[in-house]
Design a protein around this ligand. Sequence first.
Ligand code: PLP
Length: 391
Amino acid sequence: MVERAYFDWNATAPLRPQAAAALRDASALTGNPSSVHAEGRAARRAVEEAREQVAALLGARPADVIFTSGGTEANCLALSPAIEVVGDKAPRDRLLISAIEHPSVRAGARFAPEVIEDIPVESDGRVDLTALADAVARAARPLVSIMLANNETGVVQPVAAAAAIVHAAGGLLHVDAVQAAGRIPCDIGALGADLLTLSAHKIGGPKGVGALVRARDDIHFPAPLIRGGGQERGLRAGTENVAGIAGFGAAAAIAREKLADEAAHMLALRKELEAGICAIAPQAVILGAGAERLPNTTLFALAGLKAETAIIAFDLEGIAVSSGAACSSGKVQPSHVLEAMGVSPVLVRSAVRASLGWTTTKADIERFLSAWRKVSSALSKGSKERPGIAA
Ligand code: PLP
């Protein structure tokens, strides 16, 4: 069997051992966290400990963490026209979102399509702050959603500067920090976010759990997405996913403790990876390289390469990567992120994403590069054998 090397951490990260232990221990708890007896109180303790751990990762208050079924649900809960701030009940009239958001934000949640407006990005992949300032000035009560780091390019967005613009215009800012958490500092106060989304499985917790975190408890959702019992302060009904939440908390605690070390480790390996990619194929382009990026993400393109074919070739060599193109329902579509950056269609079709994590080793990088040598040379052989075929 071919030895595998996993380079798709932005899709999902492996479960951290501490999260696996917390998940196992909490699975053994019998009680419902809403029950008042000892069993119920033990389950409640597991949930509340995790709430403290998740809050600590963001410098937030535990009471402002709302557990959800993941990043997608947290984004959908956040994007509601009916957000109240300090009891101000007038609805938000416009949703402004960057052109490179995750599909769960791009879908606009509970905003009508006609009040959703795209904010363009610059060619380096960063949101255009002048366009943002224009758009917020045109809206009466905007809700703005800008991700902290993009899942495809890893480009870090100027969120604190965006927050100043949004707040000066009386708007609210939601930040999808799903890809940034555990890789760069995500202090909700320093970012100036009013609402922030996290997902457990990108930081080494289990899949199917996440959180929407409020900067202050005067931000209220009078119309939660999931209504029923009073769980999560009435903002998300349903018996809590106790084991998943406990695993999330444990992952957040380790991610916080090891942030600086893991970021340095990933960055050193990514630099080696990118240098190798470009040494083997000098025409290769690192997309978003002109901007600050997450330490673990590289999106590279080589004109003439077909991303879907390259991914299969890498897979056969034991390397898990993904394409810059979003694949939904089996149909590969051009990446809206790269299109928004104005990347040429030839490069968009060839973009391959390699994302690293805390267990990535130097040997993994070497294995990747030896696979890349084969994948890229097969491409140049193929084009020699078929002269005249457009690359
Ligand atoms: N936001 C971003 C930027 C993501 O990359 C993802 C997942 O890929 C999500 C949101 C959705 O998170 P989840 O998988 O927990 O629903």
